[in-house]
Write a protein of this length. Structure first.
Length: 464
């Protein structure tokens, strides 16, 4: 079965994405904490947060950096990382020094390749097959210690799924998914074939798969597009930054990874596991074992000002387990809140403007940065999204919606979603996207907020 898959060409994307070859003229310029990106609103730093896990003081330190060096806000990405915007051109050395002191830069050469998403509720709600935190700690250490891994691009993604299927749905390049029997399933790209391995060997197997990818892509581990001091981001020979970019697709890579796993003495059993649908954490109080709960909230359009962020860090410090977990759906989980305090704490987060339930007008709504931060954007999509927001969201079965200022659609969700893209005429095109392509012709809507609100609400309740 796997051999047959290897002979099949990968499906072509049905519309362009920011990491498609047509947008790629030079080496990987993905920003990091040491390599800042110049945007229209100042420099941008992207801080990798493996598994989205921040101690409360690291999170509070990022707030201080955003206020002292940037525009005062923190922006979450679709990989559970944090972006600081509006930074001064000369702040790089101070930023790096202070983040290093906060423990956020364990390796300068690897800081942009520490792209790991993990099930945000793992170990907190009694669901899932195992707590993936030990996998997270082990994989991050292996990546930072690997000379070869420094050659990965800043876009290559690992996913650690505790068995519930949430981050398995995100299309990572290498996914580990826990099983009830203690083993793990290793998935490459979006393939349904998986390699079953011992759970304790899973992090080592994930790193091996990444190294095999680099070899398949022709990478040497040298950062030919960036400069020696910037760490990772190799411009590999084939131009492949991710598994989907490989000329032969993911299946030949899977075959070679299986061969190499067996060559180093690991027992491998082949199977087939369909890729699940995306399933972000439920918002609100998440009941856990013992006498503590977790609070799961969203950030409106994925950003938080100092007041909202400090509300989260103060809660984590004073009434939680001392950490925040950032989710790939631009939300935050605060673990370890005493059960008798959880409802009042959730009310306080809602009063601060955070999204605490699925009827919030911001539930399931995302947007790129838009104008004035991005020169490519045709509109201030965040202002337009706010103007078109309904009093409450559609029922909980509503599709997610993403507002984009141009065809790049930066940060859009996976699976089925409503695509709202600014046009050159001052209006927007609204359509439903499934499996990387539109399900019909886009509806062209003028920039009138009421008309946009009606079109988006109708699309969100449409299922294909």
């Amino acid at each position: 079965m796997v051999g047959m898959l290897a002979a099949m060409p990968p499906p072509a994307p049905r519309f362009a994405q920011p990491d498609d070859a047509r947008f790629r003229a030079r080496g990987d310029a993905c920003p990091g904490a040491l390599r800042l990106h110049r945007a229209d609103d100042g420099a941008l730093a992207r801080v990798r947060v493996p598994g989205g896990v921040l101690t409360w003081d690291q999170a509070d330190g990022l707030r201080e950096l955003a206020g002292g060096l940037g525009d005062g806000e923190l922006y979450l990405t679709s990989r559970g990382n944090v972006q600081l915007r509006g930074l001064g051109a000369e702040c790089g050395a101070e930023l790096a020094s202070r983040m290093s002191g906060m423990g956020l830069l364990p390796s300068g050469r690897h800081e942009r390749v520490r792209n790991v998403v993990a099930s945000p509720l793992s170990g907190l709600d009694g669901l899932g097959a195992r707590d993936v935190r030990p996998w997270l700690t082990a994989l991050d250490a292996l990546v930072c210690a690997s000379e070869e891994a420094a050659g990965l691009s800043g876009r290559f993604l690992f996913a650690l799924d505790d068995g519930r299927g949430d981050v398995d749905a995100l299309g990572a390049d290498v996914t580990l998914r826990a099983r009830d029997d203690g083993d793990a399933e290793l998935r490459i790209g979006g393939l349904e074939p998986v390699a079953r391995i011992a759970g304790d060997e899973a992090p080592r197997a994930a790193l091996l798969a990444a190294v095999v990818f680099l070899e398949a892509a022709g990478g040497s581990g040298a950062d030919s597009g960036a400069g020696a001091d910037s760490g990772a981001g190799a411009r590999v020979a084939s131009g492949a930054w991710r598994v989907a970019d490989l000329p032969g697709g993911a299946a030949p890579l899977f075959d070679e990874v299986v061969r190499r796993l067996r060559a180093v003495g690991l027992s491998v059993v082949l199977g087939t596991v369909p890729v699940p649908a995306a399933a972000p954490p439920v918002l609100g109080v998440v009941t856990g074992p013992g006498d503590t709960d977790a609070l799961s909230v969203g950030l409106p359009l994925g950003r938080a000002d100092a007041v909202r962020w400090r509300t989260l860090t103060d809660l984590a410090r004073d009434h939680g387990a001392g950490e925040l977990r950032l989710t790939p759906w631009r939300g935050v989980v605060v673990p370890g809140v005493r059960r008798d305090r959880a409802p009042r704490a959730l009310d306080a987060l809602g009063a601060a403007g955070l999204v605490t339930g699925d009827r919030s007008p911001w539930s399931g709504v995302g947007a790129c940065i838009g104008r004035p931060g991005c020169a490519k954007s045709l509109a201030d999509v965040r202002v337009d999204a706010e103007a078109a927001a309904p009093p409450v969201a559609p029922p909980g079965t509503a599709l997610p919606v993403h507002w984009s200022g141009c065809e790049r659609r930066c940060g859009h969700p996976r699976g089925e979603w409503v695509d709202v893209v600014a046009g050159t005429d001052g209006g927007y095109r609204v359509s439903v996207v499934r499996d990387g392509g539109r399900t019909g012709e886009p509806e062209r809507v003028a920039g009138d907020p009421a008309a946009l609100a009606t079109a988006v609400a109708a699309a969100r309740t449409t299922r294909t």
